[in-house]
Design a protein around this ligand. Structure first.
Ligand SMILES: Cc1cc2nc3c(=O)[nH]c(=O)nc-3n(C[C@H](O)[C@H](O)[C@H](O)COP(=O)(O)O)c2cc1C
Length: 365
């Protein structure tokens, strides 16, 4: 099944293998794609992935940027810098989807503003990520006003239009991992008393406005995906309150006009809560759109099990970094290169990855 095609919206993906979005802090300081990044992403096209989701791209000059050397999608120069990859991938029938990301309270660097913003004035748990140039505690964020929330929605819509113009097959709204949209969804980071806090519908209002705003501008054929998770980069053990909350979230999401739901869990085949079903199995009961599943799906049996139990697509993160030809290896039963965290040390960028792999005689040529 992993090599069967799948239609997402109007687009036929040639197989079920997707490169998971991975921030590589390797863009220019102005947020444009470099030659090194083109090489990095083109490896996945050559490796026969059906789809690539880019690293998270920031969406406005207000407060969205999370990391130094993060690429953005706020102007023509940034959008045009993705064309080399989009042309190459298009010729080789690999879809490329731009992940749109707002860091919210987890921002560690913003070239456009010094303050961080969030749904509520709550200091994030944990410490900034050193391998993305961060140090020490996260800042105390300011609470977003209603007009600032409107500007954030506009930023996502504008970024999606730029993505469409520059040849992406679609966009993925980053609602996972503790960043801004996830801060709205979770009650410990969202204590608002207006229409963006309280009920699930209110906590998913910004997601709704972003999806509706994008759909209105890009038309019905352009892919819109949504990524959500329980775990957060600054709180990996976090869980929703239980299956009832998961069910309510999925029932509400099913009413929205997106084309796939991307679920990420630390281990996608593990129980979503104390016992019982995986998150994908729960989602499948309520969500009619295709479901993309992520988290430690690094072998044929694991991928088969996931595809038999709720997943329509599989996204591969860390193992794809050291095996950009992951689908080819699965097809031909070629053993995978082992992943080790030294490719992120000291900085999780492409320079480090390629020099570590080169020293080991693997990867970059
Ligand atoms: C270096 C690195 C960067 C990441 N950046 C992003 C990102 O920009 N957006 C996102 O949604 N997830 C990001 N993730 C999470 C991955 O998409 C994925 O969920 C995670 O690696 C687990 O999948 P795996 O077990 O296949 O590695 C990142 C993960 C890594 C290792």
């Amino acid at each position: 099944m992993m090599f069967q095609s799948l239609k997402v919206n109007k687009l036929e993906l040639k197989n079920r293998f997707v490169v998971a979005p991975m921030t590589r802090v390797s863009a220019t300081l102005t947020g444009c794609v470099t030659e090194e990044m083109n090489h990095y992403y083109q490896q996945y096209v050559d490796g026969y992935f059906g789809c690539i989701i880019t690293e998270g791209l920031y969406t406005d000059t207000l407060c969205s940027q999370g990391y130094q050397y993060q690429p953005g999608l706020i102007n023509e120069a940034q959008a045009n810098s993705w064309k080399v990859l989009n042309d190459y991938a298009g010729t080789n029938h690999t879809a490329v989807i731009a992940q749109l990301m707002h860091a919210g309270a987890l921002s560690q660097f913003n070239g456009y503003a010094s303050e961080t913003k969030a749904p509520s004035v709550i200091k994030p748990k944990g410490q900034q990520l050193a391998f993305y140039y961060g140090e020490g505690d996260y800042q105390m964020p300011a609470a977003l006003s209603l007009s600032e929330i409107n500007q954030i929605v506009d930023g996502f819509v504008h970024a999606a239009c730029l993505a469409q113009q520059s040849g992406f097959s679609g966009v993925e709204i980053h609602g996972a991992n503790g960043y801004l949209l996830d801060q709205f969804l979770c009650t410990h980071t969202n204590q608002r008393e207006d229409e963006f806090g309280g009920s699930i519908e209110n906590r998913l209002r910004i997601h709704t406005q972003i999806i509706n705003g994008i759909r209105e501008k890009v038309g019905s054929d352009f892919i819109i995906g949504l990524r959500i998770s329980q775990a957060k980069v600054n709180d990996p053990e976090y869980k929703w309150s239980g299956k009832a909350e998961a069910k309510a979230i999925f029932i509400y999401l099913d009413t929205l006009d997106f084309d796939y739901l991307h679920l990420t869990e630390p281990n996608a085949l593990g129980c979503a809560f104390e016992s019982g079903l995986t998150l994908a199995e729960i989602a499948k009961q309520f969500v009619s759109q295709p479901i993309m599943v992520n988290g430690e799906l690094n072998s044929k049996p694991a991928i088969d099990a996931s595809l038999e139990n709720g997943a329509d697509l599989i996204s591969i993160g860390k193992m794809a970094l050291v095996n950009p030809d992951f689908p080819v290896k699965m097809l031909n039963d070629i053993p995978l290169m082992a992943f080790t965290f030294d490719i992120f040390n000291p900085i999780a960028n492409l320079d480090t990855q390629f020099s570590v792999l080169k020293n080991k005689g693997e990867g970059y040529v």
